[in-house]
Design a protein around this ligand. Structure first.
Ligand code: GUE
Ligand code: MG
Length: 293
């Protein structure tokens, strides 16, 4: 079994980005600028946004964090988005999800100028991705594809089973892996809560992408020996023995699955750091106007 070190891969990519940024600055151009809107004080969201701010520093980007209480009205959020859309210094921004129930995530996402939508969640970017046009790719799927590519994991003709059908991971990663890309050219099956005989599918898979948010869901009996396992889960499970009071749990029973597979991503230190890194790559693309004018 070989471990896919997402943390080290992300560090290497951020070093490449930082070098590009210093070159831009030396040429007299402005630093890329990423903004984030954070609503409320959800522990996970706080951590992710803090990691994004840290990654911006590492890449030489400017970053701005805009906070709202979870009682914020949708109109106030839409106003903040309109200001970021109009701010010429901001190259890209994200609105951290999930949002409180009284706010429509779709209305919020659609208010973002798709040319600054570095999360790749706007319907224009989703649509362009699905027909293979240049666009901002969603960060987690892009990070997964990058991990496969940088580790030389063959995908052409591979049977790939995706567990989960969310708009931010399951659906887009299935799209990317079935396209005529390298990495790509997989035969993709998307499984979800209504799938019958799940094990029938997973046992055939050369690559399993677990993105359903259920700790330890993928067990050894579901995995073909030699398969590649990508674990997208990051559930916080209470753990009194930790100072934080919790530990991060992936969707894969790592202890029992790792010995039988060829490659596996750990949690933490696998897909999570790559997600952040893809966001930095998108912000650089936005600042350089490489996708939209
Ligand atoms: N608009 C929006 N865009 C997102 O990209 C987005 C989002 N909303 N909402 C939530 C999910 C989740 N997500 C993660 C980011 C970093 C880690 C990450 O850095 N994980 C570290 C550990 C972090 C920790 O210690 O908790 C790791 O796996 O090693 C994980 C998950 C981005 N998301
Ligand atoms: Mg909501």
């Amino acid at each position: 079994m070989k471990l896919i070190d997402g943390k080290a891969t992300a560090e290497a990519i951020k070093a490449e980005i930082a070098a590009t940024v210093e070159q831009m600055v030396a040429e007299g151009r402005k630093r890329p600028h990423l903004a984030a809107i954070l609503v409320g004080h959800d522990g996970g969201s706080e951590t992710y946004v803090a990691n994004k701010v840290k990654a911006c520093e590492r890449c030489g980007f400017r970053s701005t964090l805009i906070r709202f209480e979870d009682t914020v009205e949708e109109t106030q959020l839409l106003e903040a988005i309109a200001r970021l859309n109009a701010d010429a210094d901001v190259d890209g921004f994200i609105v951290q999800l999930p949002l409180p129930r009284h706010i429509s995530e779709q209305r919020v996402i659609q208010a973002i100028d798709y040319r600054k939508d570095v999360d790749g969640f706007h319907p224009v970017n989703v649509g362009r991705m699905s027909i293979g046009l240049p666009c901002f790719l969603p960060a987690t799927p892009a990070g997964i594809v990058e991990l496969l590519g940088r580790h030389g994991i063959p995908t052409k003709g591979a049977e790939c089973v995706v567990l989960g059908r969310s708009n931010i991971v399951g659906k887009p990663v299935a799209q990317l892996l079935m396209q005529k890309h390298n990495p790509g050219d997989c035969t993709v099956t998307v499984c979800h809560s209504a799938t019958r005989d799940l094990k029938e599918h997973t046992r055939r898979a050369d690559i399993i992408i677990a993105a359903l948010g259920q700790p330890g869901f993928v067990t050894a009996d579901m995995v073909k020996p030699g398969a590649v396992i990508i674990d997208v889960g990051t559930t916080r499970v209470p753990d009194p023995s930790r100072k934080s009071g919790f530990r991060l749990c992936g969707d894969v029973d790592f202890e029992n699955v790792a010995p039988i597979c060829s490659w596996i991503t750990p949690v933490p230190g696998g897909v999570g750091p790559m997600t952040i890194c893809s966001l930095m790559q998108n912000t650089l693309l936005a600042a350089r106007h490489e996708i939209y004018d």
